[in-house]
Design a protein around this ligand. Structure first.
Ligand SMILES: [Cu+2]
Length: 127
C-alpha cells in the first residue's frame, strides 16, 4: 500500500514537473544567437517572455524587437493574436503576452538592427 502511494506521488510530481517546464528556444539567424525564454511555464492569460540577442559574444541592446503570437482561425473560433514591442530591461528584452486560450500558438519574432535590416525567426509554443 505504501509503495503504491509512493508510486502515485512520483507520477503526480512528474506530471507537474513536465507541465511546469518554462519556455526555452535557442536559435541562430544572420549571425545572432537568439534566446526566447520564460521564467515560469506558459499559461492562459498573462506571461512575461524574455528575448536575448547575442552577436559576437555580446548581448545586443540597440535593436528594435517585436514578437507576435498568433493562433490561426479554427472552426468556431476566429484568428487570435497578441503582438508586442519588447522593452530592454536588465540585460534582456521583455514582453508581456496574453494567451487567450490553450493550444499551439505560433510566433514570429522580428528584430531590426541599426543598419535597417529586419531579421525574423518563427517558432511555436504549447499552452
Ligand atoms: Cu484556437
Amino acid at each position: 500500500m505504501r509503495s503504491l502511494l509512493k508510486l502515485v506521488v512520483v507520477m503526480l510530481m512528474s506530471v507537474v514537473f513536465l507541465q511546469a517546464e518554462p519556455l526555452l528556444h535557442i536559435s541562430d539567424k544572420d549571425g545572432f544567437e537568439i534566446k526566447v525564454s520564460s521564467l515560469k511555464s506558459l499559461v492562459v492569460g498573462s506571461n512575461d517572455i524574455f528575448i536575448v540577442l547575442i552577436k559576437d559574444g555580446k548581448v545586443k541592446k540597440d535593436v528594435k524587437v517585436k514578437i507576435k503570437f498568433f493562433m490561426p482561425e479554427m472552426p468556431g473560433m476566429s484568428h487570435m493574436e497578441d503582438e508586442k514591442k519588447a522593452k530592454f530591461i536588465d540585460g534582456k528584452f521583455k514582453v508581456n503576452i496574453n494567451f487567450s486560450m490553450g493550444g499551439t500558438w505560433q510566433y514570429h519574432l522580428k528584430f531590426k538592427t541599426n543598419d535597417g535590416k529586419v531579421h525574423k525567426i518563427r517558432g511555436s509554443v504549447n499552452i
